[in-house]
Design a protein around this ligand. Structure first.
Ligand SMILES: NC(=O)C1=CN([C@@H]2O[C@H](COP(=O)(O)OP(=O)(O)OC[C@H]3O[C@@H](n4cnc5c(N)ncnc54)[C@H](OP(=O)(O)O)[C@@H]3O)[C@@H](O)[C@H]2O)C=CC1
Ligand SMILES: O=C1CO[C@H](CO)[C@@H](O)[C@@H]1O
Length: 374
């Protein structure tokens, strides 16, 4: 049975809402049937009509939508939240209180306090909550995680993540660019700019692949574009439990880069390198041996994927994997079955870890780039 999806945000002119819709459809588990697609009820209705949503399930606000959907016999099975950051917690809270599972984009919140309250609410209600940390859905990211867990690179010594973009290299927010406008506004973005927008992906990837827990960080944040209220470049050092070290460089002012997310994990027996713009390949170098390029779907690779090797997969498929696994989680919830303990889906607690990362980064920077315990 297809599950019914609702969406908050993601209307006309939005970036990621459309990606969520494609990803949700890809494996046939979800059908979009309801939405509150804009802060403006008129724009919301126009977007709903364009998306083929029945007029009675096009809502002028998320509050109205949560209430009305919960009262329907054919209530949505989950809501996808694809609004600016400051709305994630209020929207998630409204739907969780209405008994509806949540698929929320990152970062989880704008403050640690709000994120903690949401973690409590998810625990109290027992309702599924999935955080779309997209990069955890890539097969070769999961392969890297499996190799580290199997000890193939030995004891991890260092984790390095570079996440570089150039779209904020100029003050485009002042020209009203939709995506930049709210990202440069602390009231909508939170206390972090680049560290929140893409730094949280880098941090999530570092911990997801290495399996390590970070216990302290030191951050040097910069707003290179004059007059910008939030950082657009973040340099961080990390210390992990067990002695491993880490570094993150996240920047949105790096000309020549688009979505340049690159990960290196080195251990005392070998190293790994993965690059988001070439996602089908994972470089694996056991010490003293030539580098092997492991290919998605290819020889020796254990992580499942959709297509045979050489038939490229990418961002949409990674996103779709999260939606497909979310469908499994929601179905088990509906059938009152035990949750799948082996799931790799990022949850509300990963979201809280991301918020603690942002908050510690901002405090470290404000204190003069000092070490802060996480
Ligand atoms: N996982 C990933 O890889 C990615 C995650 N993201 C995250 O997704 C979120 C959205 O980012 P992005 O798509 O770039 O942002 P956009 O600005 O492109 O889209 C935001 C959408 O939210 C709508 N919106 C704003 N307020 C409300 C409201 N009160 N009720 C309903 N809808 C509302 C906007 O409509 P209107 O303006 O008409 O009000 C717009 O449609 C962010 O949290 C971002 O961090 C983004 C990109 C990739
Ligand atoms: O993964 C991502 C790609 O870039 C976007 C814009 O900076 C981010 O918001 C997003 O999370």
């Amino acid at each position: 049975m297809t599950l019914k999806l609702g969406m908050v945000g993601g209307g006309r002119g939005a970036f990621i809402g459309g990606v969520h819709r494609i990803a949700a459809r890809l494996d046939g588990h979800w059908e979009l049937v309801a939405g509150a697609f804009s802060s403006d009820p008129k724009r919301a209705a126009t977007s709903a009509a364009e998306l083929g949503i029945a007029a009675e399930r096009s809502y002028g606000s998320f509050v109205e939508m949560a209430k009305a959907e919960a009262a329907r016999p054919d209530c949505i099975d989950a809501v996808a939240i694809v609004t600016p950051n400051h709305l994630h917690v209020p929207v998630a809270t409204a739907f969780l209180r209405a008994g509806i599972p949540v698929i929320c984009d990152k970062p989880l919140a704008t403050t640690v306090k709000d994120a903690e309250a949401l973690v409590l609410l998810v625990a109290e209600t027992g309702i599924p909550f999935i955080l779309t940390q997209t990069y955890t859905g890539y097969p070769m990211v999961r392969e890297a995680r499996a190799l580290v867990a199997a000890g193939r690179i030995g004891h991890v010594r260092h984790v390095q993540v570079e996440y570089l973009q150039d779209w904020l290299a100029e003050p485009v927010e002042r020209g009203g660019q939709k995506q930049a406008s709210w990202r440069a506004d602390p009231a909508q973005s939170g206390a972090g700019g680049c560290i929140a927008d893409i730094g949280t992906h880098a941090f999530n990837l570092a911990t997801f692949v290495s399996g390590l827990v970070a216990h302290a960080l030191l951050a040097d944040l910069t707003a290179f574009v004059p007059g910008r209220a939030l950082d657009d470049n973040a340099a961080l050092l990390l210390r992990f439990q067990g002695g491993a070290k880490g570094m993150i460089w996240a920047s949105q002012v790096a000309p020549g880069t688009k979505n340049g997310l690159r990960l290196r994990v080195v251990g005392d027996a070998g190293g790994l390198m993965w690059d988001q713009e070439h996602p089908d390949d994972l470089e694996f170098t056991p010490i003293g041996q030539p580098t092997q390029t492991l290919r998605r779907g290819g020889e020796g690779v254990v992580t499942a994927s959709r297509l045979p090797a050489g038939h490229p997969e990418g961002y949409l498929e990674a996103f779709a994997t999260l939606y497909t696994e979310a469908a499994g989680m929601v179905r088990r919830f509906r059938e009152r079955a035990k949750p799948d303990q082996a799931t790799m889906l990022p949850t509300v607690t990963d979201g809280l870890a991301g918020m603690r990362f942002i908050s510690a980064g901002v405090r470290s920077h404000e204190g003069g780039a000092v070490w802060i315990n996480l």
